[in-house]
Ligand binder design. Sequence first.
Ligand code: BES
Ligand code: MN
Ligand code: ZN
Length: 493
Amino acid sequence: MQISINPEQTAPSVTCFLLSPSDMGVSNLGDFPAHTVLAAAAQSRFRGNPGDVFETFVDGAGEGEAHRVILLGIGGEKRTKLKLEKAGAALTAKYLTSGVTDIRIVADTSPTKLDDAALASLLTGAYLRSWRMDRYHTTKPKEALPSLTTISLSGGGADLAPLWDEAHAIAQGVFLTRELVAEPANIIYPESFVDRCAHLAELGVEITVLDEDEMTKLGMGALLGVAQGSVRPPRLLVMRWKGAENDNGRPLVLVGKGVTFDTGGISIKPAAGMEAMKWDMGGAGAVAGAMKALAGRKAKADVIGICGLVENMPDGNAQRPGDVVTTMSGQTVEVINTDAEGRLVLCDALHWAQEEYKPEYVVNLATLTGAMIVALGHEHGGLFSNDDGLSTMLTDAGAEEGDPLWRMPLGAHYDKLIDSPIADIKNSGPRQAGSITAGQFLQRFIQKDVKWAHLDIAGMVWADKPGHVWGKGATGYGVRLLNRLVATHFEQD
Ligand code: BES
Ligand code: MN
Ligand code: ZN
């Protein structure tokens, strides 16, 4: 589905008006019988709130023709960006597979006139909600597949086109993330993940890939220990977007957990639900999507996105519980549980990133622990950080963009829980505080004076029921959060 702004003024086949609650008594809806339409809407409990959609048919231009008229609620006074996105998304959700092909939103003849920023938010919601994964359906009836090809908007102001261009670029990042997350693990594995990101080079992203030999030379024993049970070789994907020098001259570094499938390894997971572990690369997916968004809108900032890509499999060559591995940092790890693999991948990626780029700020994203879902459900990602300023920056960015975060504690008492009798650290602690001890593990690899945050997004990358701007499945969580972080705190004017 595409969005078209101020198209040629041909007569639309379906007309959509924007209404707030106070518009329910207006007497003018362009050429349409406002009294009847609004009375019908009121009887159907349409109130003009975001998420409300009403449709009716009125006499069409010719004999026996009917014209579909849609009323879209946009809410009253407190019309936030997220509420407008919800409104736009409701339009797409209702019509995507309805048989309707084109909808024209008439911004100027609607009772409530929205400014261009508000219209851009409405369109953002409509567009984000259109993404689906239909690639592998070959026998689904046409009626169950999308029919809606265009939502056009007429009557927007001069600022709308540039605002939409930016929103569209960010949405392309969200869509890349959703695609990487939704693809099964026989299709997306470390090498093919890299291939799917190769097109970022056309946007000006500088791409470097470390293979197994290079990682061996660097001494990434923890990451490689996870990878050794798989026939799919690991990769470290590095993407740099340098739209400008940052104020401090140091890049912002983003690091993502990219376990393209997590069986648990020798500490194997139960069969039921294991298919979900195809999205154990959601952190890496978010980093890749964020890089695409930043490059696509030519952000004036220097950002490096790093994806630690491995597959965690049981095998004759897989690592065993009790194995001791040496990380690139020199610290040794006792692998108590081969299913606590994400932290093993991240610790080497984080160490390498700090050595290589000397960042002031590092943010990592990972579907790291089931315990995070126990704690926060699917409403917030967990935020762990050594810096209050960075925590506020991230929490605010997430709230603004609909990727909410909730800060969790770190501390020395939790850290003790992962001391090992044989090595420097063990990779899993007791059952209690499972998400926090995972954070403590990562923190042991963060260098002095580096401001760091770990986002445990295990509950956020996949949705069993539709949200406002996503359907069931991959949400694209994290892309808009990271984009906002950069826009607000790292970009040059
Ligand atoms: N990828 C999982 C975490 C996960 C579980 C994400 C469910 C999303 C849904 C991670 O690698 C894992 O297996 N963690 C273990 C850690 C434990 C062994 C210390 C967990 O959460 O059980
Ligand atoms: Mn695991
Ligand atoms: Zn995992």
